[in-house]
Design a protein around this ligand. Sequence first.
Ligand code: PEP
Ligand code: MG
Length: 931
Amino acid sequence: MSHPAGVSPDTPDRAARAFVHEFSEGSKEQKRLLGGKGANLAEMTNLGLPVPPGFTISTEACRYYLAEGHEPPGLADEVDRHLARLEAERGKRLGAREDPLLVSVRSGAMYSMPGMMDTVLDIGLHDGSVAGLAAESGDERFAWDSYRRLIQMFGKTVLGIDGGLFDAALDRAKRDRGVRSDLGLGVEDLRELVAEHKAIVRDRSGREFPQDAREQVDMAVRAVFESWNTDRARAYRRQERIPHDLGTAVNVMAMVYGNLGPDSGTGVAFTRDPATGRPGVYGDYLRDAQGEDVVAGIRNTVPLQELEDIDKHSYDELMRIMARLEGHYKDLCDIEFTIERGKLWMLQTRVGKRTAAAAFRMAAQLVDDGVIDLDEALRRVTGAQLAQLMFPQFDRRSGITAFAHGVPASPGAAVGAVVFDSAEAVARDADGERVILVRQETSPDDLPGMLAADGILTSRGGKTSHAAVVARGMGKTCVVGAEDIAIDLERRRFTGPGVEVGEGDVISVDGTTGAVYRGEIAVVPSPVMRDLESGRDGEAGRGAEGAAGGAGEEPGADGESGVVHAVRRLMRHADDVRRLAVHANADTPEDAARARRFGAHGIGLCRTEHMFLGERRRYVEDLILAESQQQRDKALEALLPLQRDDFTGILEAMDGLPVTIRLIDPPLHEFLPDLTGLAVKVAVARERGAPDAGDLRLLQAVRKQHEQNPMLGLRGVRLGLVVPGLVAMQVRAVAEAAVARTRAGGTPRPEIMVPLVGGVEELELLRTEIDAVLADVRAAAGVDVPIAVGTMIELPRAALTAGRIATVAEFFSFGTNDLTQTTWGFSRDDVEGAFFPAYLDKGVFTVSPFEALDEEGVGRLIEIAVAEGRAARPGLVIGVCGEHGGDPSSVRFFDQAGLDYVSCSPYRVPVARLEAGRSAVTASEGGSDTR
Ligand code: PEP
Ligand code: MG
């Protein structure tokens, strides 16, 4: 980012800094200081395009205002000076009785926030200057029309009056006159409307509409500053992950008038179709109107092409300018313009927002056109856009309306019969029925049901609740926190506004929008997903080039094949340039195989806990209840062959690539029955006579195992150290599986990973046991399969003592889920639904630290651990396997922190590959933002 001399926002010398900048002083690189609009107005001015003169009050002034509650000292003088310059340039005086200068005051933040912030046009009009404007323009109607617009806009945005009151007055005037459009109102009507608007201002704000032009400017500027913190602006920023502390700039520009009659007008245009990326003329034009009318939809616009007939000269000039802008920005530009009596003025341009499909198509196409190179193309697409292209979507033409809305937690479109518990989901799924699991919240117990379901709907919880996190990990459609619905488990039904839905009834859940519909809505499959899953793109498709070309996909700019081709091309480039490897979190052979098709180069985290569920639970129960070593061994012996088969399957699916198998992590009580349920069962049995002895023993054990804070309790490495034989069984299963795969001609590359290590002593103790088992299997089998033993770094203490831990660990993998929990002291499952919404709202963070890595805190621990770990053991392989491994912004951090790989759920592997590539090409470039 470059700044003009002396105005870097980081310069401590505030006195030397200017808060106001002429358009001619800035450039498009200065969005942080001048906002997007100001920076691009400056760029257009310097390109010599017809931009009305003006100046920008910097975001810095806004930040000062918001922090201190008043304008920075000196701002008023600076504005005076720049207004004087503007007056001199236009040969008019602001608010003068004769030939007054009018200005617009418009917000413009670093990132565009469409419709979120304020604009006021026609500032400078008052009872005294309206006649001067009429005389100068020779159009009395125009002058009064501008005045009524000013009062309306000022009243609404600056004085906070309900805009509906002004609209109602305008509608009334049209009705009284018997006209359909505001163009049918005459001078007298508008004069009356002005009087009415002024009365509304008086009634609602308790003050007269300000008659001093300079006061109008100051009030409007302040209102723009304050609009940064409106609820809707904050909500938008939360959604878009835009920091709350950037502030907005304010642009003050000489007015040009689109409402000066039929040879005037205003319009918006795109240099390409933002939905498809196709070049062409896209836009709307409205005659005899001011900017806001186009978006407000008060009259019907005409397609931009018709401007050619209306005003060919302006149309031709606009086409030339659009071509020039696209050539200059080398991207789709979005433009606002006004024609004042046949003279074209450019009011705004920016690199336009686009759909995900258009982003990919356009980037690839601009490469084909020789406008940009592949590195730049990669900077122009995002992992979030790719994720959007991967999910199936509802056919929006269906016309059915949603009966409830929740938080869109995991995108996609799911249709199925409602079920209320895991067992029912599993049973119906086994019968081939598609189901939606509807729960108040989910817990690890619901896992089988979540796996069986096509979609998940919860009435409580946020974006990082258990349901949301697990569903995203599975790539499963999920809507959480749909608070409109009330679940009645007893009657097996839920109610929502005006509906009652019973078990077995079909609903449709849109994980992209959060909408829930009754009945079945048609789903359109994603061609990008089909292609990625086929493994024909990029990395996974290497060597299968012929197949990619011969798959019946005609590479072209349009349609589905155009998107598929573009995605394939950019993925290929991302794989070529990225340094960071991408592994997957997978614990079944199916997931491993899928991850491989998606381009994963190994498994970074194979969680072993699900291998203890279902049928196998009873062995864990036996293990916990065992009263002798003999009983314990019996339970472990029963588990050993099952585990061995688990690992053999996974190693086969990932043959030749590393498979990091993590020893059991969660507290054992998670595998025992629920305390309350069991206590009730025993109590009821006691009422009726004698409870079952087994149940009694189990209840005792469950009580004994109960923990206040299981997250910080007997789990991870601690389990291995206190439950005899458990780790040995798992390690033996891994080693024997590796031997079996080697004998079968495979190339197994298992690694053993110890979770939740806090100190090197824990790891040392466990390693002694692990090494002994490995040596034993090796000796017995006569086959030497090297198996590295490493650890997760998921406690702050582990990160801070990483140098010592690295003397014992052969690799590190950051468990950023637990590292975030323990660094912040947040229990994820408890805090997300409880107070995260308030935290996000208050700006404690812009995005949940469980979603995007907290670089400042958790990231710092990671940097320390990387440096100290590698100092102690040069070349130490380091990865990350927490949720953040698949989060686009976090991937970049991990790349820059020097990690070797990120590991994420199979469905996020393509996103991580793309983001790793983007990180490689933006690191050298200094960062690019496609937001
Ligand atoms: C982690 O803590 O980041 C991790 C991967 O482990 P889990 O989520 O299984 O605790
Ligand atoms: Mg963990």
